[in-house]
Ligand binder design. Structure first.
Ligand code: HEC
Length: 180
């Protein structure tokens, strides 16, 4: 009798521990280079990792967060002309959906802010500086997470079909950036 009771208690404790572990380990997401891009918290309508790096959030039913959708729109308006549709690249400029997998967030930001020019090629490729262009700079994180989602194959090509709602916090942040 005593043995059974102990075994039962142990089984219950084990079941509870497994449930806890299962919850904590839900949906960890890492880049091929090992960087953790799991969304941990939302601020001003945008998702961030535990390290405070912008990231996207994909729901199980395929809904993508609003900021990533915003990134799709801004990419299509400002970057597509040189970098090709959907982050796929062109004969002129690199595939950014690949670039963001190897380049870290701060390097990405630096290039978008200050531009980049390959000086030792005959092709004369120029990446313009966008640091003072609010239509880009206010959405630089949105474009980044959109490209991450494309690179990780979490978003198909084209306009995202299902997106989350635009929050009041997102709108407030957008207004202060565009008018500030
Ligand atoms: C006028 C054309 C043009 C536009 C518009 C443009 N880019 Fe670029 N971009 C380039 C070229 C060309 C390069 C390659 C430059 C080099 O390697 O020196 C580049 C390189 C980059 C890189 C570095 C990629 C790597 O793998 O090293 C990033 C990041 C980038 N662009 C982001 C953006 C974003 C984000 C936008 C839209 C806001 C944008 N670009 C719009 C032409 C453009």
């Amino acid at each position: 009798m005593k043995m059974t009771a102990i075994a039962g208690a142990a089984a219950l404790a084990f079941a509870m521990a497994s449930a806890t572990v299962g919850f904590a380990e839900e949906a960890k997401k890492t880049l091929p280079n090992g960087t953790d891009i799991t969304p941990a918290n939302m601020e001003n309508g945008r998702w961030y990792t535990e390290d405070g790096i912008p990231t996207y959030k994909l729901e199980e039913d395929g809904t993508i967060d609003f900021a990533t959708f915003s990134g799709y729109r801004r990419y299509s308006a400002e970057c597509h002309v040189c970098h090709g549709p959907d982050g796929e690249g062109s004969t002129y400029a690199p595939a950014l959906k690949e670039s963001v997998l190897r380049m870290d967030y701060y390097d990405y930001q630096e290039i978008v802010a200050s531009g980049k020019q390959e000086v030792n090629t005959a092709s004369n490729m120029v990446m313009p500086a966008f640091g003072t262009n609010r239509n880009v700079w206010c959405y630089v994180d949105d474009i980044y997470i959109y490209l991450l989602a494309r690179g990780m194959n979490d978003l198909p090509r084209g306009r995202p079909a299902k997106r989350g709602d635009k929050t009041d916090e997102f709108t407030a942040q957008e207004t202060s950036c565009m008018e500030g």
